[in-house]
Design a protein around this ligand. Sequence first.
Ligand code: GDG
Length: 456
Amino acid sequence: MTGRLIMVSNRIPTEAEPSGGLVVALHDCLTANGGIWIGSSGDAKANPKDGLYQIASGAYDRYAFDLSEAEFHNYYLGYANSVLWPLFHRRADLMDVQPGYAEGYLEVNLRLAKMLAEFLRPEDVLWIHDYHFLPLAKCLRELGVENRIGFFLHIPFPVASDVPALPEADDFTGWIASYDVFGLQTQADVKRCAILFEQRFGVPLGSDGMIAVQGRRFMPLACPIGIDATGFRAAAEASEAGARISMAPDQKLVLGVDRLDYSKGLVQRFEGFGTYVQDRREVDPKATLLQIAPPSRENVEAYQDMREALDLTAGSINGEYGEIDWTPIRYIRRQVPRDDLAGLYRRAAVSLVTPLADGMNLVAKEFVAAQDPEDPGVLILSHFAGAAEQMGEALIVNPYDAREMAQALLRALTMPLDERKARHAKLWENVRTEDIVWWTDRFLASLMSEGMAKVA
Ligand code: GDG
């Protein structure tokens, strides 16, 4: 790479050595290539500074920009998380379209584009992350920027028939087509993207993987994100958190780990587990579901409603089936340290990863990495997690069907060791090889590849 790599994500980490999957990957990628990482400084600032300001330097530089209270409300809580997030997760019914949201979103993108345009040198390459910045390339192109610009969408691409629910639906395709590479988690996402362009412009996805439209050519690229697989495995081996769980020897641990988000299907998961408990015969294993669910976006209304529904469902199942020495569902609504999490995955006999819609779902991959290959646990995975495309050896379930989930639980909890080992070996092979370094390399190789003409 002759130019610098400029990475943009909604939040920028402030620690010298950041922790947590994606952030570490981007940090390592920038440390190897040099460059700049730009992101917002976090929640709203009462007295926001003007422009970009440097917060760290070293192998690469970090710059932050502040969001005013109005910007945070309209751009972040509003358009990004109350309009785009629900729509892209097939919950158009939860969209909250309010005056000022779209304007605020576009203003932040335009303001950032102006700041970036001042920074850029001709050979620099930009890699933009996620739905907060969909229009950023379009804004940059309008300012005359011709650099290579890649984008990665961490969440699902919406189905074409849902897109008209977006008041800015007419602009949406132009935002996408302004990138050179539009990275998506799965082949299914690429298909949905291609269908949207075909329906709207009558242009198919070319045999070269490009879509040519509005005088530009861009590549919708399936690039499934991975994890630091060997690092996570080592953390799980070293963790003692599993031993801290007090459970009777005849009981098995079923684990769920999710941000508290309606896309993660937690109410349906509790109902599926409740069905297992209700139908359980004397010979079937007794199990406890430990659900870790740190809160997120608590100031968005749809999240408050879901939290109440979850409390009610867990309370009702525990009240109905709990015994003096057994609580069916243990529910922790707090962040657990990452090393403890790794140990809990390793201790679990089963992990329930049952989102209703999910870009990838890294928990599925972390669970596989954390297992003892000689006595591995079983992954139950939703058909609607992006991870299901790579992880066919999991027990794949329909998260809306409580009975199917209960049957999968019985199968997982009674699965013979040979079958558990065989399934785990195949899953681990994928998680280990298509890891986070593979992902950054694959994306950047596509963005840098010859023949990626800027203009058709
Ligand atoms: C978006 C997309 C896509 C969870 N609880 C705790 C904790 N976690 C960590 C997990 C995992 C991460 O959070 C969650 O990652 P997911 O992939 O499951 O989901 P999103 O946060 O929604 O991420 C998603 C991802 O971007 C990457 O592209 O896969 O589809 O929605 O790493 O371990 N970590 C700690 N304590 C917790 O209590 N330390």
